[in-house]
Write a protein that binds this ligand. Structure first.
Ligand code: SAJ
Length: 425
C-alpha cells in the first residue's frame, strides 16, 4: 500500500532512500536542517555525489512525489537517517538522533510507524528514541510502531545495494517489524530479516566492526611486509585464494563516517571486553601517521631536501566526493607538523576545502618531488607517467592504494614505491 513518508536527514543515505521511496509510489516529504541542501534538492540539484542519484531525483521531483523542507510534516511513516558520529573522546554522539526524534514528536499520530536507519549503539531505539516518542502521549508499541532498519549501502553503489542487499528489520515488537518489512518490500529485492531492535543495532555495528578489524589485520600485514621484503598486496591476494580466507586491503587509513566510527560504539559500552576492536581502531588510525613517515623516508632516501609533495585523492575512498574522516586529511596534518610542503588535488572534490588544494592536476604537480596516491579514484589508475614526469621536479611516486602499475612508472624513469610492498624497491 502506498504511504506518505517524512524522511528526516537528506544526506548520503536519506536522500537516495527518499527518492527510491518516491519513485516507487510513496509520497515523500524530506527534511534537512541545511537550507542550501533543501533549496538545491527542490531545484533538482545535488549537494552530494552518488551514481544514479541525479536522474532519480529529477524523476521524483517532476512526478510531484518528493519535496524537501526545513520542517517535518504529518505522515504515515517517519524515517530517520541522520548522522550518529562520535565525540572527541570516542563516545557516541546521539544528539542528532535525539533531536530528529524530538522534531517529529508534534507530527506523530496513532497508527504511525517510526523507523531509524542511522547506525547506533545497541539499545539506542529502546533507551533513547522510545522515551522521546512517549512525549506524544501515545502508547509506543500499541499506537505507534518503532523499528530499526539499518542502512547497509556502500557509497558509490547505493542504488544497486538499496535494491539487492538483504535488509535487517528490528522492531520494538512484531507488528513494528512486519509493517517496516512491508514498506521496504516496495523496492528491496534482497531478503528482509526480522528481529528485535537491539539485535538489529548490534548486527549493523558488528558488520562495520568486522570490516575495521579485518582492514587493521591487512594494515598490520603491510607493516610487517615493509620490514621483511614482501609485497603484502600479492601475499594477501594469494592467501585469499583459500576458500575460507578473505583478508581486506591495506591503505593510508580508514575513513568515512561508519567504519572509523561504529567500532567505538561497542568499545564505549564494554571497554574491557573489546580489546581487539580498540587495537584495530588504533592500528587503522595510525596509518596516516605511517604514510607521512614513509613519504619523508622516501624523499630522504632520494636525497631530496625540502621536498614538495603532490597528494592525489582527498575523499575517503574511490570515486566519491565524501571527505568525512578521510585519511588524506590526517596525512595532511602530519605533513604540516613535519614542516613538509605539499599540494592537494582531487577530481571529485570540486570546491577547495583542503589545505593547498587546487582544481588543476598540472598545478598540483608543478615542481613536485613526489606524487602520492591516497585514494584509488579511476582517474588516477589511468594517469600517464610519461605526461606526469614532464610536470614534476623529481620522479618519485608513492602509491598507498595499489592503484598504479609500478612497472609502467619505473619504465618512465620513476622511482616507484607502494605502501606495504618492500619487495618492489
Ligand atoms: N578500506 C581499506 N581497506 C579495505 C576496505 C576499505 O583500507 O579493504 C578503507 C577505505 O579506503 C575507506 C574505509 O576503509 O577509507 C571505509 O570504506 P568502505 O568501503 O569499507 O566502507 P564505507 O564506510 O564506505 O561503507 C561501510 C559499508 N560497510 C561494510 O561494508 C560492512 C557499508 O555497507 C555500510 O552501509 C556503511 O559502512 C555504513 O554506512 O555503515
Amino acid at each position: 500500500m502506498k504511504k506518505s513518508l517524512c524522511v528526516v536527514g537528506l544526506g548520503y543515505i536519506g536522500l537516495p532512500t527518499s527518492v527510491m521511496f518516491a519513485i516507487h509510489g510513496h509520497k515523500v516529504h524530506g527534511v534537512d536542517v541545511n537550507h542550501k541542501a533543501v533549496e538545491m534538492i527542490n531545484n533538482k540539484q545535488l549537494h552530494i555525489e552518488e551514481y544514479g542519484l541525479q536522474e532519480r531525483l529529477e524523476e521524483a521531483v517532476d512526478a510531484g512525489m518528493f519535496e524537501a523542507s526545513l520542517e517535518p510534516a504529518e505522515a504515515d511513516v517517519f524515517v530517520i537517517a541522520v548522522p550518529s558520529p562520535i565525540r572527541e573522546d570516542k563516545t557516541a554522539n546521539l544528539d542528532y538522533v535525539r533531536k530528529a526524534t524530538e522534531a517529529i514528536v508534534p507530527f506523530v499520530k496513532k497508527g504511525n510507524l517510526v523507523i531509524l536507519e542511522s547506525t547506533v549503539p545497541p539499545r539506542t531505539v529502546e533507551d533513547v528514541m522510545v522515551p522521546v516518542l512517549e512525549q506524544t502521549g501515545l502508547d509506543i508499541g500499541e499506537d505507534v510502531y518503532v523499528s530499526h532498519s539499518p542502512e547497509r549501502v556502500i557509497p558509490g553503489k547505493v542504488f544497486q545495494e538499496l535494491v539487492d542487499n538483504d535488509r535487517i528489520v528490528g522492531g520494538i515488537n512484531e507488528q513494528s517489524s512486519v509493517l517496516t518489512k512491508e514498506l521496504y518490500e516496495s523496492f528491496v529485492k534482497g531478503n528482509i530479516h526480522l528481529t528485535d531492535a537491539t539485535t538489529a543495532e548490534m548486527a549493523k555495528v558488528i558488520e562495520n566492526t568486522y570490516r575495521d578489524v579485518n582492514i587493521a589485520f591487512a594494515n598490520e600485514l603491510a607493516l610487517i611486509s615493509d620490514k621483511i621484503g614482501v609485497n603484502s598486496w600479492e601475499a594477501i591476494k594469494l592467501a585469499n585464494f583459500h576458500p575460507r580466507v578473505n583478508i581486506h586491503t591495506p591503505g593510508p587509513g580508514v575513513g568515512g563516517h561508519c567504519i572509523a566510527v561504529d567500532p567505538w560504539f561497542l568499545a564505549e559500552i564494554e571497554p574491557d571486553l573489546s580489546k581487539i576492536i580498540q587495537l584495530s581502531r588504533n592500528t587503522n588510525d595510525n596509518m596516516p601517521v605511517y604514510t607521512a613517515e614513509q613519504i619523508q623516508k622516501l624523499t630522504k632516501e632520494q636525497f631530496i631536501n625540502d621536498p614538495k609533495v603532490a597528494l592525489f585523492g582527498l575523499s575517503f575512498k574511490a570515486n566519491i566526493d565524501d571527505q568525512r574522516e578521510s585519511p588524506s586529511l590526517k596525512v595532511i596534518l602530519e605533513l604540516v607538523e613535519k614542516g613538509i610542503s605539499f599540494t592537494t588535488y582531487d577530481p571529485h572534490i570540486k570546491e577547495n576545502v583542503a589545505s593547498n588544494q587546487t582544481q588543476s592536476m598540472d598545478e598540483a604537480l608543478d615542481g613536485a618531488d613526489i606524487l602520492v596516491i591516497l585514494t584509488d579514484h579511476d582517474e588516477f589508475k589511468t594517469l600517464d607517467p610519461e605526461y606526469i614526469k614532464g610536470k614534476m621536479k623529481n620522479r618519485l611516486v608513492f602509491d598507498t592504494k595499489n592503484a598504479l602499475s609500478l612497472n609502467e612508472w619505473k619504465q618512465a624513469g620513476f622511482v616507484a614505491k607502494r605502501l606495504g610492498d618492500s619487495k618492489n624497491g
